[in-house]
Structures are given as C-alpha cells and as structure tokens.
Design a protein around this ligand. Structure first.
Ligand SMILES: Nc1nc2c(ncn2[C@@H]2O[C@H](COP(=O)(O)OP(=O)(O)OP(=O)(O)O)[C@@H](O)[C@H]2O)c(=O)[nH]1
Ligand SMILES: [Mg+2]
Length: 294
C-alpha cells in the first residue's frame, strides 16, 4: 500500500486568501471569495486526487475578533473545529502581517501539537521582491513550522511547492472518497453561495454580514432549471438597499448569478430571487440553525 490520504485545513484570519487558494489548487471555483472580510461561513471540502494521493482540503471561515453576534461565534467555532480535526494545517497569512488573530491561532495549533505549513500569501503585492527574505526570516522564529512557503494564490505562483510539501506530510492511507469527486456539498448550497457572492460584491460594507441566501426549491425540467431563492435581511431599510432603485440592485445580483450558474451547472437557468425580512437573524440561534449554521 503506497497510497497516502489526509485531511488538511486552510486556516487563518479572515480575508487572507484561503478560499482563493482552494480554488487555485482545483483550478475552478469551489468556494466563493470577496475582497470583504467574513466571506466564508461554513466548512467547505475540496477533494484532490491523483494516482497515489488523496487530500481533502477543508476551507473554513476566517478567524476574526471583535464581533459578538451568534453568527460570528458560529463562524469562529467552525474555524476552530476545522483545524482540530485534520492531519495537517495550512496556516495562511497575508504577507508579513502578524496580528492578534495570528498569535491566537498559532497558540492553539501549538497546544494541539499539529504539524503546520505556514503559507505567506499575496506576495504579488510586495513592492520590493527582496522584501520577502526578512519576512520569512522573522516568521521562522515563531514556531518550528514544517515549511514556510511564499505564494500568490491569485496568480497561482508557487502552488506546486505547496502541494508537494503537503503530499510529503500527509500519512499513508487508503482513499476515503471516489476519485471523481471534487467537492462535498449539495447543489443548493453551491447555488446559494454564488448568489451570496454576487450580493456581497455589490453591497456596501455592512450589509454583506446581514444577508442570508436560502434556496426554496430547484426544479429540473428538460431544458431549464428553475431556482426559487429567498434572500433574508434584518430590517426593511436593508431590504430597500438590497432591492435598489426600481429594483436595480436585486436585478443585477440576479443577472450575474444566473450567468455564472448557467456556466457552472451547464444548464439554462430561471432564477427567482425574493427579498424577505427576518429581524435579528444573525443573532438568533434558532434561525441560524434553521439556515444551516449549526
Ligand atoms: N493580490 C492578491 N490578492 C489575493 C491573493 N489571494 C487572495 N486575494 C484577494 O484577497 C481577498 C480575500 O480572499 P478570500 O479568498 O475571499 O479570503 P478568505 O481568507 O477566504 O476570507 P474569509 O472567507 O473571509 O475568511 C480577495 O479579494 C482575493 O482576490 C493573492 O495571492 N494576491
Ligand atoms: Mg473564505
């Protein structure tokens, strides 16, 4: 038995590029990304297989502090359980930025005694390319990392190095998933995430954290998929923003979601979006659970 199998988490502060890295490894969109923090809310599995190795990557919500809502607590908890469960942690940071969140994550990883590969992402944004050396030097004193690998997830720079290091570090074992499988979540979850991404990209700074997308039903006809979806917000003023002037905002969210879904699901799509108000849903444990944040 020469096969290797491992669970590997993508761990790090919010907005450092974990989901972008997941997508770049798979060369397709598995998780949604955005330039705003707190984009990923659930654990997302990408399953990488070649002839000898199978790696299950767990993308997780970014660790963030200073937010007290039940949804934030849920997200931070998912982030923690993701790295507790795995064989190897890929700890992603944004260049040399080492803040309180990084300090806390490393402390937890040390307590758990997990093997950690430190990934220094977004190196394409370094103005001075020689500037990477002192950063790497400084980081190497923080912990006995398995490796410290500078990458650009966005430009797919140095991902081969990362992948070969991951393969080196995962244990021997039989595959847990069929090799054709690449992700483990339902179609309706994927559809809701694409719609949420389009909404995040179009909304200001606050509203992205207050919306939830729920898929009511998906009807498959021979030539077209009918998707019925609700977007929840917390107040009627938020609803007005989401609808936009003469419905222009929701229309734009709908059109770009439909286009991407037609491409990804390879089907004609009829997408119906309704905006509804559910007061305080981000802080209501029962509603969170109903929406799948359990
Ligand atoms: N320039 C540059 N930008 C990047 C790189 N990787 C990610 N980004 C950008 O950083 C932003 C955040 O990326 P995400 O992948 O959503 O970050 P995340 O860590 O998954 O964030 P959360 O889900 O909130 O925890 C997006 O605007 C990405 O395009 C990179 O290598 N270079
Ligand atoms: Mg993410």
């Amino acid at each position: 038995m020469n096969k290797k199998f491992g669970f590997v988490s993508l761990t790090g502060r919010t907005n450092v590029g974990k989901s972008t890295l997941l997508n770049s490894i798979f060369q397709k969109k598995i998780a949604i990304t955005s330039r705003k923090p707190q984009t990923t809310r659930n654990r997302i599995l990408g399953i990488f297989s070649d002839a000898k190795n199978q790696i299950v990557f767990l993308d997780s919500p970014g660790v963030h502090t200073g937010h007290r809502r039940a949804l934030n607590k849920y997200m931070n908890k998912v982030a923690r359980t993701c790295y507790e469960e795995v064989d190897l942690v890929i700890f992603v940071i944004d260049r040399g930025r080492w803040l309180k969140e990084e300090e806390n994550i490393l402390k937890n990883l040390k307590e758990l005694d997990k093997p950690v590969i430190l990934v220094v992402n977004k190196i394409d944004r370094l103005k001075n390319k020689n500037g990477i050396l002192p950063i790497l030097n400084d980081l190497s004193s923080k912990h006995n990392f398995e490796a410290i690998i500078p990458i650009s997830a966005l430009r797919k720079d140095n991902l081969e190095d990362l992948l070969s290091k991951v393969i080196e570090k995962i244990p021997k074992g039989e595959f847990h998933y069929p090799t054709i499988e690449e992700k483990e979540f339902s179609q309706s979850f994927y559809v809701s995430e694409i719609i949420r991404e389009k909404a995040i990209n179009r909304l200001g700074d606050e509203l992205p954290y207050r919306i939830n997308v729920e898929i009511d039903k998906i009807q498959d006809n021979k030539f077209i998929k009918h998707i019925f979806s609700n977007i929840y917000v917390e107040s009627s003023s938020q609803k007005a923003i989401l609808l936009g002037k003469n419905g222009s905002m929701i229309k734009s969210i709908g059109t770009s979601s439909r286009k991407e879904l037609e491409k990804e699901l390879d089907s004609k799509i009829n997408l119906q979006l309704r905006v509804r108000v559910k007061k305080n849903w981000t802080n209501d444990v029962n509603l969170l659970s109903k929406y799948g944040y359990r």
